[in-house]
Design a protein around this ligand. Structure first.
Ligand SMILES: Nc1nc2c(ncn2[C@@H]2O[C@H](COP(=O)(O)OP(=O)(O)OP(=O)(O)O)[C@@H](O)[C@H]2O)c(=O)[nH]1
Ligand SMILES: [Mg+2]
Length: 370
């Protein structure tokens, strides 16, 4: 069997299937009136430099039937490089062959599924193909679907925020991964579930970070606890937890910086936040939710390791899976850490943050799902 890197280097370009429907990557264009959120502390008046995506409800939200929801995933994921690679692979290799499996191996590796999972999958499928278990390429694809779902099922453990009051989420991750946007989307989700939500602007490194959170809160009409740029992050979040207790909020979601002057500075700051809130509630934060940018591929593995060491991550969110060729990292994360993947981001709209559903995810990537 040729070595993997030789295979990658000698890869033949394949014609690309049509790109996704533009509807799947854009909002509906309706803006909601923004009112300023109740401010518990004065923050800077700056507004974000770029407008935030609108949060209009999509038709998906109105439909509860499972096939409709699954289709929503497919619409969002079909334009991703990973889904397009798989579609193209099966379209151009309709016959069972070792070449089909070689190409599949390259597609999985290119999508950052990881060497161990890929090797295991391909070896299993090859063995079964040689035993004539598959009638055709579609049967092999169905076997692949089952194996991929099985890899993800152990990490599909949704987050329940109802067990504590207030339930505190500390949202962490490197800069630009989608922390603040995810907080906005989560706040909307929990509010829709009738939870009384408070936000904490713990990213005090950039003035725009506070304003960005305020903008989301303004749209939802929920309060933000903020002190502005340069304040001590741990003190902002400590105050917020105290307020959540005093005001009887159900859920507190704390934003944090993704970048400080040094990486060790950031990790120290996060560790301090944890220590300080632990003085108010020994079990707080009840969830340390790490946000990962799905487009960063294997790099995400190193990031998660760092944050686990510094703050003890309890759940993951993988964002930006709607456009990336590196979506296979979800499988690599599942294998490497076995940490719950709570949500995935399939776009910029509020409803594009989905509770992680392995079957819907795999069906969104692989052609031919029922
Ligand atoms: N396509 C897509 N874009 C997303 C998704 N989630 C977040 N984004 C975009 O990613 C960009 C960065 O998001 P932020 O929420 O500001 O990221 P952050 O982690 O808070 O960044 P810092 O505050 O700089 O650390 C924004 O343009 C978001 O709209 C997603 O699931 N899909
Ligand atoms: Mg942010």
């Amino acid at each position: 069997m040729p070595n993997l890197w030789t295979k990658l280097a000698g890869r033949k370009p394949r014609p690309e299937p049509a790109a996704a429907d533009p509807e799947t990557t854009q909002g509906t264009g309706q803006a909601e009136p923004a009112s300023m959120p109740p401010m518990l502390h004065a923050g800077p008046p700056n507004l974000p430099e770029t407008p935030l995506p609108n949060m209009a409800t999509s038709p998906d939200d109105l439909m509860t039937a499972e096939p409709r929801l699954r289709r929503g995933w497919r619409e969002r994921l079909s334009g991703s490089g990973f889904a397009r690679g798989l579609t193209s692979l099966f379209a151009h290799n309709p016959v069972l062959s070792d070449e089909l499996l070689d190409e599949l191996e390259i597609t999985l590796l290119t999508a950052d599924v990881g060497v161990s999972s890929t090797t295991e999958l391909i070896e299993d499928l090859r063995r079964r193909m040689h035993k004539r278990e598959f009638a055709d390429a579609a049967a092999l694809r169905d076997a692949l679907r089952v194996r991929l779902v099985a890899l993800l099922e152990p990490v599909a453990r949704p987050l329940a925020v109802g067990g504590r009051k207030p339930f505190m989420l500390l949202v962490v991750g490197v800069n630009g991964v989608g922390k603040t946007t995810t907080i906005g989307k989560l706040a909307k989700r929990y509010q829709d579930e009738h939870h009384d939500v408070l936000l904490a602007a713990g990213d005090t490194f950039r003035a725009a970070a506070v304003a960005q959170l305020q903008e989301w809160a303004g749209r939802l009409g929920i309060p933000v606890c903020a002190q502005g740029q340069g304040a001590d992050s741990a003190s902002v979040i400590f105050d917020a937890l105290q307020m959540a207790v005093a005001h009887g909020n159900d859920v507190l979601i704390a934003d944090t910086a993704g970048r400080l002057h040094t990486r060790s500075g950031l990790m120290d700051e996060l560790a301090k936040v944890k220590r300080v809130v632990g003085k108010l509630d020994a079990e707080a934060p009840h969830e340390v939710l790490m946000v990962i940018d799905g487009t960063t591929g294997q790099n995400a593995i190193n990031q998660v390791r760092l944050f686990i060491d510094a703050v003890g991550v309890t759940g993951l969110v993988v964002t930006k899976l709607d456009g990336t060729a590196k979506g296979g990292v979800v499988f690599a994360l599942a294998r490497e850490f076995a940490l719950p993947i709570r949500y995935v981001g399939l776009g910029e709209r509020a409803e594009d943050l989905r509770v992680f559903d392995p079957r819907a995810f795999v069906d969104g990537l692989l052609p031919g799902a029922a």
